[in-house]
Design a protein around this ligand. Structure first.
Ligand SMILES: Cc1cc2nc3c(=O)[nH]c(=O)nc-3n(C[C@H](O)[C@H](O)[C@H](O)COP(=O)(O)OP(=O)(O)OC[C@H]3O[C@@H](n4cnc5c(N)ncnc54)[C@H](O)[C@@H]3O)c2cc1C
Length: 467
């Protein structure tokens, strides 16, 4: 029987990063993966394919709508969807191969099959054909991720009623797409198909889009998306989808109750969130406790209640984000090596990769209000940023929330082009407990969009220069 210091179940960003860090620290490591390819949701059906399609569809839209005004005259672009899907697949393959290479480079054994925990130190791995092998290990890390949340009474066939996975592989551009859920995934994939010619309607149970993100940013984002052609039905729920005719008929009811209406669509995308995935892991038999939302319960050191069994990533509490999973992977490996692995959950950036992008780190204004915190706000619009003006990409603004007494930055929220790249200077500043004054006195290269961050920091002290 093979024996290891660490067996990681699942090779998403949490699992494979954990395995690499543990190997760097001298452990003998194996990963177990039930899918044919490594990389988990993120690389195969999540972050990476969605970003490939977002990029390609954005280029398609730019070529059709923005080139002419810059004096670049090209014929109207034609969509070749199979080639676009091929572009996406090449990106997936490249990244998946990269993880395979990293496993080899770090001498990590890859065990293909479904992992089941048989108690402390024992994992059974059952391959596709049913043959199983047993491995012994000092420690186990559960990194089995998440799966699509289903809507009661609506069956996902991944052809016409799709989850994000189906929406990343549609064979033709639907005329009408109904997106259920105005969260990050629904809005990103809605954007892809809208750019390619689809009429997109988004139904959201709450009275706002992007639940959890700063309300002011979300409001402006909604206005921008509406200008782009999105239609929103907020405070409404989809209660059924009739699939018997050529067109789907979705029944929509006001969330507060009232008479239903029907909306026709070619494709319905269910994007109401994701749920932890623990199926077949043997957690009940092994005695691993789950919380009331089905997530593996862990302490501050990622340890479950069963000695030697740890868990990270989407399968535990916290934001379901790849970089959160990665950082937890590093932290748990370091803890197992006797080091002080740690994740600062107050500084985890979140990005919506639409055009414009939305990014955020730290507290929202709503959270500060609810906590009764005294804070100051500094804002700066991209309409007043020179670089944005010359590029004619002036949608959006930067918003900085700082402690009213100490000036320490508590939250930064950006809507605008490249917001996903810009957020990191705020994250670094916050990791060091920096103030708005620190940000305002840091020299920023000109002309950059990042100067809007400096100006927003100046605005916290009511001394923005260009406004
Ligand atoms: C469409 C979409 C877009 C997204 N975009 C982003 C984004 O832009 N940025 C971002 O940060 N996050 C994004 N996410 C979320 C991100 O994908 C997840 O947060 C991340 O993948 C979680 O990593 P993980 O390692 O916890 O689990 P996963 O990536 O879900 O990996 C879990 C792995 O475990 C395997 N597994 C499960 N059970 C077993 C078992 N018993 N035995 C063996 N193997 C098993 C699975 O096959 C899978 O490979 C997106 C998600 C989706 C769906």
């Amino acid at each position: 029987m093979a024996t290891y210091d660490l067996v990681v179940i699942g090779t998403g960003p949490g699992g494979y990063v954990c395995a690499i860090r543990a190997a760097q620290l001298g452990m003998k490591v194996a990963v177990v993966e039930k899918n044919a390819t490594l990389g988990g949701t993120c690389l195969n059906v999540g972050c990476m394919p969605s970003k490939a399609l977002l990029h390609a569809s954005e280029m398609f839209e730019e070529a059709g709508h923005s080139f002419a005004k810059m004096g670049v005259s090209v014929p109207a672009p034609k969509l070749d969807l199979p080639s676009m899907m091929n572009f996406k697949q090449q990106g997936i393959d490249g990244n998946v191969k990269g993880v395979e290479f990293l496993m080899k480079k770090n001498k990590i054994d890859v065990l293909n099959g479904k992992g089941k925990i048989l108690g402390t130190g024992k994992v059974q791995v059952t391959g596709q054909g049913g043959a199983s092998q047993m491995v012994e290990t000092k420690n186990i890390v559960i990194a089995t991720g998440s799966d699509v949340a289903q809507l009661k009474g609506i069956e996902i066939d991944e052809k016409r009623v799709v989850s994000s996975t189906g929406a990343l592989s549609l064979e033709k551009v639907p005329s009408k797409l109904l997106v259920v859920g105005a969260g990050v995934i629904g809005l990103e994939l809605g954007s892809v198909w809208r750019r390619l010619g689809t009429q997109v309607t988004v139904v959201e149970f709450l009275d706002r889009i992007l639940p959890g993100m700063d309300g002011e940013i979300a409001k402006q984002f909604q206005r921008i998306l509406e200008k782009q052609g999105f239609a929103f039905k907020l405070g409404a729920k989809v209660t059924g989808v009739n699939t018997s005719a050529a067109k789907l008929a979705a029944t929509i009811e006001p969330a507060a109750g009232g008479s239903p209406e029907t909306i026709e669509a070619d494709v319905v995308l269910i994007a109401i969130g994701r749920v932890p995935y623990t199926e077949g892991l043997g957690l009940q038999e092994a005695g691993v406790i789950l919380d009331n939302r089905g997530r593996v319960q862990i302490d501050h050191h990622f340890a479950t209640n069963v000695p030697g069994v740890y868990a990270i990533g989407d399968v535990v509490a916290g934001p379901m984000l790849a970089h959160k999973a990665e950082d937890e992977g590093v932290a748990v490996a370091e803890i197992l090596a006797g080091q002080a692995g740690h994740v600062n959950y107050d500084v985890i950036p979140g990005v919506v990769y639409t055009t414009p992008e939305v990014s955020s780190v730290g507290k929202t204004e709503e959270e500060l209000k609810q906590a009764g915190a005294a804070y100051t706000v500094g804002k700066f619009p991209f309409t007043a940023n020179g670089r944005s003006k010359v590029n004619q990409t002036t949608d959006g603004f930067v918003k900085i929330l700082a402690d009213a007494k100490t000036d320490r930055v508590l939250g930064v929220h950006i809507i605008g082009r490249e917001a996903g790249e810009m957020i990191h200077e705020a994250a670094v500043l916050m990791e060091f407990g920096g103030s708005a004054e620190d940000l305002a006195r840091t020299c920023h290269a000109h002309p950059t969009r990042s100067e809007a961050i400096k100006e927003a920091a100046l605005a916290v002290g009511k001394r923005a220069i260009h406004m």
